[in-house]
Design a protein around this ligand. Structure first.
Ligand code: GTQ
Length: 346
C-alpha cells in the first residue's frame, strides 16, 4: 500500500498557507521555479543614458542646490527595471556628479568603494588619503572603502564625472558605515602624483606589502591607457567580440583594482562588427570616443561620446563601431569570480 497522500484541493492548500503565514513561513513549491532559475533572471534591463539629454539636467541641478548642501550633487542613473532602488544594475550604483568652480564636496568616508570616471571638464580634484588628483576626462580614479575623500573645484569650468559604487553589494551584506570629517577638506600630506610614481611605473616600493585588496594606485590617467590601446590596435587583430580590450589592474597583486568592481577600457576599430557575447556580470559602459551601436535581440542602442549604457547579466549583445570607439566599462566581476559564479559565453 502506498503512503503517498492524494493531492489536497487548492482551497485546502490556501488555508494552510494563510495559517503558516502568521508564523512567517511559506511553501517553497509555490516559488521554487522563480528562485532557482535555469539561467540568470534579473529585473535589470538594457538601457542607454544619452549625454545630450542628461548633460543639461546635470548643469540645471547646479542651480538648484549647492555641493555643500547636497554633500554630493549627483543625479543617480536608475535602471528602468529597478526604479526607486538607486542602482544601475542589480549590484551596482551609478550617478553623474557635478562640481562647480569654487565648490567643495566635504570630506567623508564610507564602507562602499567608489570609482570616478571623468566625463567632462578639467581642473577639479578629488583627495584620497591625503593626496589630491586633478581630474581630466577619461581618467579612472578609485576611492577605496573607508578612506577619507573630498572633492573640490579650484578651476574655472564645471566638472562632471560618473560615479560607480558597490552600494547594493554592501547593502546586501548589511555592512554599511559612514562618517563625516569635522573639517570640510582633509589636509594634504602627499604631493600630487606620488601614488602614480610609487605604483604606476611598473614598479613597487621595495618590500611593499599590500595593506588591502584595493589598488594602492588610485589614479589611472586616460592618456596612458589610451596610448596602450592605440599601440595594440596597430599591433594585433581585434578580439572578435571585444575589439582591443584591457582590464585595469591592482599593480601590487595583478588582480582587479577594487575588491568589488572590475574596470575595463576597450577600443573598437572603425567599422568593427563584434560577435555576440554574454557574461553573468551586468556591465555599465561609458563612451569616451566615437559613435557606434550595441545590439541585443533585435534592438539597437546607438551610442556617442559621454553616453552611458548597461548590458544586464546573460544578455547576449554585440558591439559595432561606425567610427573608432573607446569604451570604459565596469561590473561586479571580482565578486562573482571570488564566489566561483562568473560565467561567460562567446
Ligand atoms: O563622492 O563620495 O555618487 O558618497 C554617492 C555617494 C558619490 C562620493 C556618490 C557618495 C559619493
Amino acid at each position: 500500500m502506498s503512503s503517498v497522500p492524494k493531492p489536497a484541493p487548492q482551497s485546502e492548500r490556501q488555508a494552510f498557507y494563510r495559517k503558516i503565514d502568521k508564523a512567517s513561513v511559506a511553501p517553497l513549491w509555490e516559488v521554487l521555479h522563480d528562485l532557482i532559475t535555469h539561467a540568470p533572471k534579473t529585473a535589470c534591463v538594457p538601457a542607454i543614458y544619452k549625454w545630450q539629454e542628461l548633460h543639461p539636467y546635470v548643469l540645471e541641478s547646479g542651480g538648484l542646490i549647492t555641493a555643500q548642501e547636497a554633500e554630493r550633487r549627483v543625479l543617480v542613473l536608475e535602471n528602468p527595471g529597478l526604479r526607486g532602488q538607486s542602482r544601475i544594475t542589480q549590484s551596482l550604483y551609478a550617478g553623474l556628479q557635478l562640481i562647480l568652480p569654487g565648490e567643495v564636496a566635504r570630506a567623508h568616508r564610507h564602507s562602499q568603494s567608489a570609482l570616478r570616471f571623468i566625463m567632462s571638464g578639467s581642473g577639479a580634484y578629488t583627495a584620497v588619503q591625503g593626496e589630491r588628483v586633478t581630474m581630466h576626462p577619461g581618467d579612472f580614479i578609485i576611492t577605496p572603502s573607508w578612506t577619507w575623500h573630498d572633492h573640490g573645484n579650484p578651476g574655472d569650468e564645471p566638472v562632471i564625472w560618473l560615479d560607480g559604487l558597490d552600494v547594493p553589494i554592501v547593502e546586501l551584506f548589511g555592512a554599511q558605515f559612514m562618517e563625516r570629517m569635522e573639517a570640510q577638506s582633509q589636509r594634504t600630506s602627499h604631493s600630487e602624483g606620488e601614488s602614480l610614481a610609487r605604483f604606476g611605473a611598473n614598479m613597487l616600493p621595495v618590500n611593499y606589502v599590500p595593506g588591502s585588496r584595493t589598488s594602492p594606485l588610485f589614479w589611472y590617467p586616460y592618456e596612458r591607457s589610451r596610448e596602450a590601446l592605440a599601440t595594440l590596435a596597430k599591433a594585433e587583430a581585434p578580439h572578435p567580440a571585444h575589439g582591443h580590450k584591457l582590464q585595469y589592474v591592482n599593480p601590487a597583486t595583478g588582480g582587479f583594482p577594487m575588491p568589488t568592481i572590475a574596470t575595463f577600457l576597450q577600443l573598437l576599430p572603425q567599422s568593427f562588427s563584434g560577435k555576440s557575447y554574454r557574461s553573468t556580470d551586468s556591465t555599465v559602459f561609458a563612451v569616451v570616443e566615437g559613435k557606434g551601436r550595441a545590439c541585443f535581440g533585435d534592438e539597437t542602442l546607438h551610442f556617442e561620446p559621454q553616453d552611458v549604457f548597461v548590458m544586464p547579466s546573460w544578455t547576449a549583445y554585440s558591439l559595432h563601431a561606425d567610427q573608432e570607439c573607446v569604451l570604459f566599462s565596469f561590473s561586479d566581476r571580482p565578486v562573482q569570480v571570488a564566489l566561483d559564479l562568473w560565467r561567460e559565453q562567446a
